[in-house]
Design a binder for this molecule. Structure first.
Ligand SMILES: Cc1ncc(COP(=O)(O)O)c(C=O)c1O
Length: 434
């Protein structure tokens, strides 16, 4: 049977079907006779000769240069189940290679780790996931790397931010938590005008390749936390970097030596349950997210709702241009952010009231961090995921103390709205609002 990847790229079969079936022929493992890809669970591998061991070490950093099954040596270096996931995700994002890590943060650290060294500068969008922001403010500077946070939604900031030392540009679109979008093709054009060799790294965790493929808009690397939508069920931690083949060796060497490899056991649920259910989950969640966003938009206690699918979304045109599923339909995703209609102090108090009530009483909405699961999750970025930013940086990132992030799950949307409505009403209950 022919390798399916060429046929998918040519449009003979759809990406949606590829999500379900994955590859029928894989160099990583001959599973011609398995309907479900097998799970590998072996930390080390028998080597039939010293020569084979030596060959394995020699070939390991660049497996895409060989046409035979990799010589597996040790799980931290390479693993068949992880390899199959990497091959599938590379195709879905339209990248040449993919390297999977034990968490999303490990993937981000590795991508930046191979590109930046002492004396270099990173330009990053100012609104980012809290731990990514912390990596850039607490750890990169220790290694002599300067990070310049800018507002990439503003045209013209790059001319000032980029200088000879700039070696990478980093962003999320949509950003966590405010759902702000960055126009990737406009960014690529602006960067090219200054220095076309500067890579653009995009964290596509919120959108997933189902809703948007940043490489096709000019990004150099795509990064995901596999922990989120791509796993979808909240059972695994993982991360992945997808990009050009020229970086394959560095990424795999970095993973080998820093050691944050995705285990085969954690790759397997993403491969077997996460990807095949991705399209159907997101289709349903998007429909629900729009309904919920429209409900919240009309609520008297809500000042503003940020959901790319809403007509009122400030970057609606860009959302429609950039966020498209494999069939070309508008795909605004399953994440939304809203702000309560109170001034900062009161807003913060009422936000706590709402979340405390939800923790005690909601059935279809769980107070928890993380996102992209079959269960609806609600949280306060300022108190939780983005608490490391501090007041000043949170304000610069436009994250309000009255802001709430919602990851819409697969429950009946009326039930989610019921829980939201009760939680919003709790703002008026003295027991919760003090
Ligand atoms: C946008 C984004 N990127 C990266 C991460 C980090 O992923 P992980 O928790 O798998 O390390 C997260 C986690 O919440 C995230 O929301």
């Amino acid at each position: 049977m022919r390798d399916i990847r060429e046929q998918v790229r040519n449009g003979e079969y759809s990406f949606e079907s590829f999500l379900i079936q994955g590859q029928n022929v894989s160099k990583s493992w001959d599973y011609d006779h398995h309907v479900v890809p097998p799970i590998s669970s072996s930390s080390t591998y028998r080597l039939s000769s010293a020569e084979r061991g030596a060959m394995g070490f020699g070939e390991f950093p660049h497996p895409s240069d060989t046409d035979h099954t990799p010589i597996y040596i040790y799980e931290r270096l390479d693993d068949p189940t992880r390899g199959m996931l990497e091959e599938n995700l590379a195709l879905l994002e339209g990248g040449e290679i993919a390297v999977a890590f034990s968490t999303g943060m490990a993937a981000i650290s590795a991508a930046l780790g191979i590109l930046l060294e002492r004396g270099d500068k990173l330009v990053a969008h100012q609104t980012l996931y809290g731990c990514t922001h912390s990596l850039m403010t607490n750890w990169l500077p220790r290694n002599g790397i300067e990070v310049d946070f800018v507002d990439l939604t503003h045209e013209g900031v790059l001319a000032e931010a980029i200088d000879k030392r700039t070696k990478a540009i980093y962003l999320e679109t949509p950003s966590n938590p405010t759902l702000e979008l960055i126009d990737l093709s406009a960014l690529r054009t602006a960067v090219d005008a200054i220095d076309p060799t500067i890579p653009i790294l995009v964290d596509n965790t919120f959108a997933t390749p189902y809703c948007q493929r940043p490489l096709s808009h000019g990004a150099t690397f795509v990064i995901h936390s596999l922990t989120k939508n791509l796993n979808g069920f909240g059972t695994e931690l993982g991360g992945i970097v997808i990009g050009p083949k020229q970086y394959e060796e560095a990424l795999r060497m970095y993973r080998k030596d820093f050691g944050a490899s995705l285990s085969g056991k954690s790759a397997w649920p993403v491969l077997v349950y996460g990807l095949p259910s991705l399209a159907i989950r997101l289709q349903r969640q998007q429909t629900s997210a729009l309904q919920i966003a429209q409900y919240l938009e009309k609520h008297s206690l809500v000042r503003r709702v940020y959901y790319p699918g809403l007509r009122s979304f400030p970057q609606r045109k860009l959302a429609q241009k950039q966020m498209r599923d494999f069939e070309g339909n508008f795909a605004p995703g399953n994440m939304l952010y809203f702000e309560l209609d109170f001034a900062e102090e009161e807003g913060a108090r009422n936000c706590r009231a709402m979340l405390d009530f939800a923790a005690d009483n909601a059935y279809c909405m769980t107070l928890a961090v993380s996102l992209g699961q079959v269960r609806t999750l609600i949280e306060s970025p300022v108190l939780m995921t983005h608490s490391g930013l501090g007041a000043e940086q949170a304000a610069a990132a436009k994250i309000s103390r009255a802001g709430i992030r919602l990851s819409v799950g697969l429950e009946n949307p009326s039930d989610i709205i019921r829980d939201l409505s009760m939680a919003l009403n709790a703002i008026r209950i003295p027991e919760y609002s003090i």
